[in-house]
Design a protein around this ligand. Sequence first.
Ligand SMILES: Nc1nc2c(c(=O)[nH]1)N[C@H]1C(S)=C(S)[C@@H](COP(=O)(O)O)O[C@H]1N2
Ligand SMILES: [Mo]
Length: 323
Amino acid sequence: MAPNIICRKSWELKGLEETPESAFLNRRQLMAGFGAATAIGAAGGFSAGLAQAAEDPSAKLYPFKRNEAFVLDRDLTPEDVNSTYNNFYEFGSHKQISKAAQALKVRPWTLTIDGLVEKPMEIGIDDLIAKMPLEERLYRLRCVEAWSMTIPWSGFSLKSLVEFAKPLSSAKFVRFETFLDKSMASGQGQSWYPWPYVEGLTMAEATNDLALMVTGAYGKPLAKQYGAPLRLALPWKYGFKSIKSIVKISFVEEEPKNFWQVVGPNEYGFYANVNPEVNHKRWSQATERVLHTGKRVPTLLYNGYGEQVAGLYAGMEDQKIWY
Ligand SMILES: Nc1nc2c(c(=O)[nH]1)N[C@H]1C(S)=C(S)[C@@H](COP(=O)(O)O)O[C@H]1N2
Ligand SMILES: [Mo]
């Protein structure tokens, strides 16, 4: 096992409290980030962004029909809790970014599909939505910082988008990229981060039924702070894999380096599957704080989705697949 994976029991760990993804940053960077956090945090509105849905041209398509195959063991996180506690570093390295995120311009929005595909293309978000099989699913989200939510997402399977893209057999991975525009997203002015945000999946992961491309939540188009107009939801992986505000999907041969791997090379691996037995360097992953109750509950292997995804990792137990 890699030296950074420590398997001490949770009660031996000092810092059970969650720490932001950015906690490894050096003091100078933290101080700079702090100034911005205070300024934006003070302006954060309680229900910022919830009204925006009405102006969205795709609003008339909602709500999507719920896929009853996805059931939860806990209540949904209320919308006002979810919409005011977000990780979206493009708009600040703290949770109160909902107000700042309203600067995100979600139309026109073009998705580029390129790399190892039959024919690279660009497609407008509304044209794409019109071609995809739309559904609603209730999913958990487990952040690596040890808090969790439960969310009614609207969208379509990533599998259906992969089929639409017609990748070549030489494609081994899918690479996702977020927009890049620091005039719109002040966080992208923080030069120590490797913008734009990038994520990746193996082809097998991308075509697993659980991988969801998200266009909406709570029965309407995505509020901007959730990563409008197109994000991923990968409920068996830590939240940072669920990349927001996607502008490009590339089919590639090599394993993409994701944002957090570049920022903290000894911390965040490519797979980042939820595993309560593999502690983070500075805190336990054995339990999670349910955001809307404040209660700690046990974290489950693959965040409870083992039945659907464990097969993807058969034979990989000895590899460093979590971190
Ligand atoms: N582009 C981008 N995508 C991102 C992030 C980000 O900072 N930028 N944060 C990630 C993290 S750490 C988490 S936990 C989830 C949070 O999603 P939510 O704010 O909708 O709960 O988004 C993920 N996707
Ligand atoms: Mo996260």
